[in-house]
Design a protein around this ligand. Structure first.
Ligand code: GLY
Ligand code: MN
Ligand code: MN
Length: 461
């Protein structure tokens, strides 16, 4: 964990920002895979981690904002527990490390909250996403499960988002630690993915690199020759010479900060001319978008820059035609680039998505657009120093989407469907990097991972 002072300062600012009432933070519990004693790998709730740093199941915390009193609830292990777990620090010992003096057994949480409710105190909680915590809110506060998200506290969400969005030097360091391992997994995949292998052989090799450094993946690895499916987690295809494999993978640092990098690998070591044409456009989008990042620029403008670059590039290839500005306003790019350019990165890969993307990426003045493609843009608001964002343009040829648009004659004057039909077996290309917004511009985080056609081909075999 970080030094206690970090957590003390974060909680103090939270109290200042929320102003009054009682804040309830529910940490995560163990989550059973198939029976309770066989749980998934434990992952603490990210906001609990941010304010309390304790990477343990079964904890909750209450901040009485009016009295600036902070209590962490949990249970010490019994002798019977120790038979299975070995001796563990007490809650009091753990809390000292994060600057919290008051601790109490879990059983007291219910009484304290019920008395706060009786006294008409406002109870702030964040939107829950785990079933256990949804049920706890029902038991502790009488919140019906189907209302647990809508009754979350907007002032608390906004206060948490405001703090977590601006990364400190220590947090940047954590993400760069994750990126050191991303460098290793990505260069490993370039060097080792060969015709005749199953995708899972490369996924297994990357897993080894991550786990042998005591770390874990920040999300299930996307490694696929069918990259036209954006979140394809199947790893059972045999790679053939001439395929392109998308490797979208990330690492969690020791303090659970994420990296998120995508590279596209020519299986057999060489891109075809057709692949090179599309790859160059995506790389151009990636570098232009990174160069555009600076304080004050709205991320939706960077997304639009990429959308226009996709259209211009595809016009050169002959897949797009007509007036490019008109094509952009008709959303023709969304056939090829249906997702958003990027998202914030931090303790979560899609940072704070559980708190509500519109609180993280939008403002009262900048609202999410409803159209296909634009609706998936997770971040639209102006960038600020301390934001860490991903830049992840891609071009995909999704057969079902092409067929649907073609049948509907959608954007017919802007898309050369006759030529496009020959691309239905192409797959997809994505190139993703992680970028810190600085006072005067941006810094690409981590050791650069090869991405030019020449560098990528030199590394691949
Ligand atoms: N790894 C999912 C994403 O890039 O957003
Ligand atoms: Mn990614
Ligand atoms: Mn991403």
């Amino acid at each position: 964990m970080f030094p206690a002072d970090t957590y003390i300062k974060r909680r103090k600012r939270l109290i200042d920002d929320v102003k009054s009432g009682v804040i309830l933070f529910l940490g995560n519990d163990e989550s059973p895979m198939n029976y309770p004693a066989n749980p998934y790998h434990f992952r603490q709730d990210s906001s609990f981690s941010y304010f309390f740093g304790l990477d343990l199941p079964g904890l909750a915390a209450v901040i009485d904002v009016d009295q600036a009193r902070i209590t962490v609830f949990g249970d010490d292990v019994t002798v019977e527990d120790i038979v299975w777990t070995g001796p563990l620090p007490t809650l009091r010992e753990n809390c000292r490390k994060i600057g919290v003096e008051n601790t109490a057994p879990s059983a007291q949480l219910e009484n304290i909250l019920k008395s706060a409710v009786r006294n008409n105190r406002k109870i702030h909680f964040l939107p829950p996403y785990r079933p256990e915590n949804i049920l706890k809110l029902q038991r502790l506060l009488g919140v019906q499960p189907d209302q647990a998200k809508s009754r979350a506290s907007v002032p608390l969400i906004k206060a948490v988002v405001a703090q977590r969005s601006i990364k400190s030097a220590r947090e940047v360091e954590q993400i760069e630690t994750a990126l050191e391992v991303s460098y290793l997994t990505h260069t490993y995949a370039f060097k080792n993915a060969k015709p005749g292998m199953y995708e899972w052989e490369i996924v297994g090799g990357m897993d080894d690199i991550v786990h042998s450094r005591g770390m874990t993946a920040s999300f299930p690895i996307i490694f696929t020759i069918k990259g036209q499916t954006l979140h394809n987690h199947y790893h059972g295809n045999i790679m053939q010479a001439g395929n392109i494999a998308i490797n979208d993978s990330g690492i969690e640092s020791p303090l659970h900060y994420a990296s998120d990098i995508t590279r596209t690998i020519p299986i057999g070591g060489k891109f075809t001319d057709r692949q090179k044409e599309i790859y160059r456009i995506v790389l151009d989008c990636n570098t232009k978008a990174i160069d555009a990042c600076k304080p004050g620029i709205e991320f939706r403008a960077v997304h639009a820059l990429v959308a226009r670059t996709v259209l211009a590039g595809l016009k050169d290839v002959g897949l797009v035609q007509g007036d490019l500005e008109e094509a952009f306003h008709a959303h023709a790019h969304t056939l090829f680039f249906p997702h958003g350019l990027g998202h914030m990165l931090g303790l979560d890969v899609h940072d704070m998505e559980d708190l509500g993307e519109d609180y993280v990426g939008y403002t009262d003045a900048i609202k999410r657009r409803p159209e296909f493609g634009w609706a998936y843009l997770r971040l639209a608001k102006a960038l600020e120093p301390g934001h860490i964002v991903t830049i992840e343009p891609g071009i995909y040829f999704i057969p079902e989407l092409i067929d649907r648009w073609h049948a509907d004659k959608k954007c017919e004057s802007f898309i050369n469907y006759q030529k496009l039909l020959a691309y239905k077996d192409f797959g997809g290309i994505r190139i993703e990097d992680d970028v810190l917004v600085t006072e005067d511009g941006r810094r690409l985080l981590g050791q650069p991972i090869p991405k030019t056609i020449e560098d990528v081909q030199n590394l691949s075999s």
